[in-house]
Design a protein around this ligand. Structure first.
Ligand code: NAP
Length: 239
């Protein structure tokens, strides 16, 4: 089951699951009428920010759910004085409350051996000016992940957080060229990530039978560096 499975990282996770022969439930606002192979994908139009929409979808579902990936997310940037209530509430409702609402609804369908993977963000673990709402929501996801890991461990259900760095998707498409160049210059590996590279890690974490409550970065080295020095090292090496 993949929230936000219609596009970007979520879609790459769906592709990964289908390649392995699994059946997938996709939950996203535009999910209905998906072009996936018939019979192996159930695509339901769900707004994770709306608990009634989530509840209605789960009335149609039965378990067990082996893997639940919470990838649905939105980004609204802005400094603290620029972020209005609507943007703050949308970001929190989608990225944080949405994950909580979906896990709560899915809880009866999760069984021993099931895995939940939440998709965090580097800015949920490190401060980044202009990401007050998004960073707060993703930091909350970190607390949600660890709490759920402890609560669900007794039933053999694992919960982990995968933290992508800067990944080429619709979410990052609209970033102005100059800002994008600055961000990429701070990535030690010198390039954005691809959705499939994140999906590979999500899949590996989901299948790791002794991992729970963990935070796994897949970020080209972003979390390990101060940003600008990464470029200096490459420049000095002539790379
Ligand atoms: P994306 O390409 O914009 O895809 C976002 C997905 O979330 C879409 O499938 C969208 O589907 C779904 N979604 C958004 N709001 C929703 C809602 N209210 N209810 C249900 N589904 C909703 O973004 P992405 O880059 O793949 O991001 C996926 C996850 O990775 C997000 O949690 C994001 O915060 C995180 N992330 C991304 C990056 C990055 O650099 N791209 C970095 C770190 C973390 P519909 O529009 O059809 O609803």
């Amino acid at each position: 089951m993949v929230t936000g499975g219609s596009r970007g990282i979520g879609r790459a996770v769906v592709d990964r699951a289908l390649a392995g022969g699994d059946r997938v439930v996709v939950l996203a606002r535009s999910a209905a009428g998906s072009d996936r192979p018939a019979g192996r994908v159930l695509a339901l139009a769900v707004d994770v920010a709306d608990p009634a929409s989530v509840a209605a979808a789960f009335e149609q579902l039965d378990g067990p759910v082996d893997v639940l990936v919470n990838s649905a997310g939105v980004h609204r940037g802005g400094l603290v004085e620029q972020v209005g209530d609507a943007a703050w509430n949308e970001v929190l409702a989608t990225n944080l409350t949405g994950a909580f609402t979906v896990v709560r609804a899915a809880r009866p369908l999760l069984v021993a051996g099931s895995a939940v993977v939440n998709i965090g963000a580097v800015v949920g673990l490190r401060g980044f000016a202009g990401d007050v709402a998004y960073g707060s929501a993703k930091a909350g996801l970190s607390g949600l992940t660890q709490t759920l890991a402890i609560e669900l461990a007794r039933d053999g259900i694992r919960v982990n957080l995968v933290v992508p760095g800067f990944v080429e998707t619709d979410m990052t498409d609209g970033i102005p060229a100059a800002a994008r160049e600055r961000i990429v210059a701070g990535i030690p590996l010198g390039r954005p990530g691809r959705a499939a590279e994140i999906a590979d890690v999500v899949w590996s974490v989901a299948g790791s039978s002794y991992m729970t409550g963990s935070t796994v970065a897949v970020d080209g080295g972003l979390l390990a560096s101060f940003g600008a020095p990464a470029r200096r090292v490459r420049d000095r090496a002539g790379g």
